[in-house]
Structure formats: structure tokens, C-alpha cells
Design a protein around this ligand. Sequence first.
Ligand SMILES: Cc1ncc(COP(=O)(O)O)c(C=O)c1O
Length: 378
Amino acid sequence: MRIPLSRPYLNEDLKRGVLAVLDSGYWTEGPVTREFEGLCREHIGCGHALAVCNCSVGLELALRALGIGPGDEVIVPDYTYPVTAGAVNIVGATAVLADVERDTMLLDLDALEAAITPRTKAIMPVSLFGLPLAYDRLDALKNKHGLFVIEDAACAIGTGFRGRKTGNWADVSAFSFYPRKFIATGEGGLVTTNRPDWAEWMESYKHFGMQTQTTREDTVFGMVGTNYKLSNILAAVGCAQMRVIGELLVRRRAQAAYYVELLAGDDRIGIPRVVAGGEPSYQAFCVFVPDRDRVMREMRAGGIEVQVGSYALQMHPAFRPGPLCRHAGGLENSRWVYDHALALPLYHDLTQAEQDEVVRQLRAVLSQESRHGDRPAQ
Ligand SMILES: Cc1ncc(COP(=O)(O)O)c(C=O)c1O
């Protein structure tokens, strides 16, 4: 592709950091993982940050720490990556799919409230594409109904709301460092919380159930656990990016603002709304277009790598209604967002000239479409 969808960040500091770990021979989780956790904790401002091998197991870890299991319901947005609901099912609980708002693409808090039953234990909202949730409203609902909030913050490192970072709002938040994320380690994740007891339980569970204060000579396995560790090698990749996250965020917000400027005033193209007080990190930049699949095909044929936004889980056999999955309401907005959202190329060194070219091609493809009489997206 002439202009790829995404490209991870790379600099000399990153390469040096990885080589130093390779030379040290200390390849498993260790001091560099601790350093990465420290950098993340400092950036987010939370009490505890635990590195894990990906966000999917981070979500599972959070659910287990909060004692969620068979018989419990967890409400998730229908428009998300499948593992949001999958993690709920993996611990034996029922995922309740609730609708999203069309304009923000995020969990609709009215739909969420309507989906609550006596079995509801937790809400698992998703700050999709680095777009922050309205945490003030979410907190009010959490307190009113006495529920836990576990945030699927896979896309949201660097995101904030009214001066406080994602990862410091929910009871537990799980982040991803998959290559298309804002900070990428290849595979990797992070779980944050302000509760020391949950942090200690998760630390032990991800280390085979080892008690946290034991040494190698005096190891005690206090419970059954597993291995969700993040190696020093991958942590070194993350450290180099976390050291410059402030400047990366400034650049990314400028890129998003430039897309908005280029796209403004074209009523064939919808631009998602950011909640008032939101400080997005723009892990991805989506627009709403009519006949999305054709637009996607033709832009790709022209060398611009575009992609669908995320998924409407209702459309997938894994999430048919049954003992482990309930559909709360019609979920029409989620289906609409799935049909119209198109992710445009976005990465740290994307240039304005490349953005000009993406938008020029998008407009050209849409113009062919209007000649065929298609209707606008909104
Ligand atoms: C919303 C959401 N949740 C969870 C995940 C899973 O993250 P990981 O690949 O780190 O397990 C992703 C990954 O793309 C995601 O977008």
C-alpha cells in the first residue's frame, strides 16, 4: 500500500533498549518490565499498573479479581472488538450486549441502564479508538446501581477526560499494546487499578499464583494462577515510547485536527463526536460514509489502506443469544455504525501530504458514488 493504515513507532532509543535487554540475557519479565509499569503508572496517575502479555488476558484477570463468574451478567457495548464480550464468557459469566450512540460510537448510557438486572455485576465500557467515555455520567450510574466498572481501554493509552487519564477512572482498566495501538510492543497489555488488594491478587495470578513478597529461595504458591507476564524485551519497546508519549499525543491530536479540517463541510462524510470534556488520543480515526464496503475496496485499489472500524457482535455466531449472551434491545445503532464506519490511515509519522492524498481519494470515490445516486451517510 502506498499509504498504510498504521505503522508502529520506531526510534534509536527503542532499538538500543531492546539490544541492551538481549545482551543482558534477562529476557523474561524483570527490571525493564518494572520500569515500563512505572512509566505507565506515572503517565496515567493511577495507584497500580501491572504489565500483562495482552489486553484480552488483562480483561479476564480483572473479571477474576472482582470475583465475576457463572450466574453474573456484565454489560458490554455491541460495537467493539469481540474479546470484550469473549473475556466475560471465558470466566463463565453472561455478556449482555447493549447499544451504542451513533455519533460517538460508544456505549449508550441509557441503553446500559435499561439493560441492568439483579444479576448485573459489572459494566465493561470501551473507549474505542482512543475516544474517551463520559466518565462523570458513568460514575453516577455505577454508584446508583452499585456496580463495578471494568474498562476495556485497549485503544485508550493517552486518552483522558477533564484532566484525568483513562486508567484512573474505572475500578480496573485493561490496555493493549498490539501494533496498531498508540503505544505498541507487538503483543502486550497493562492492567491498572487504585485498589491494592485487587492489584496484589492480579500480580499473584499472573505469576503462577506465587505470593508477591516471596523470593526465589523461599517461593510460596498461595493460589492457583497462570502466566500472563510481559517480557523485558517487549517492555523495552514500550519504555522508549512511553518516554515520549507527551509529544506523540500532541502530534496525533494535530493529525486528527487536520483530518477534521480537510473533511469539514462535506455532507457525505460524518465525523464522530467527542464527548464534552473528552481528551481523545485518536488511536484510530474513523469517518462515517455511505456504501462503506465499496469505498473501502476502491480506496484500497488506489493504494490507500483503509479498514472497517470495529465489529457489531450481534452479527457473529459466537454472540448469538443463549445462556452466555443476551441482546438488550434492538442494537440498531451498533449495526449502523458497523455499516458506515471507515478507519483512515493514522500513525505517528503520517504526513500532511499523505493526509491530503487520503482525503482527495476519499472524495473522488464518493463522487463516483453520488453519480450512481447513493445517499449520504447521515
Ligand atoms: C476494543 C478492544 N478490546 C480488546 C482488544 C484485544 O487486545 P489484545 O490484542 O492486546 O489482546 C482489542 C484489540 O484490538 C480491542 O480493540
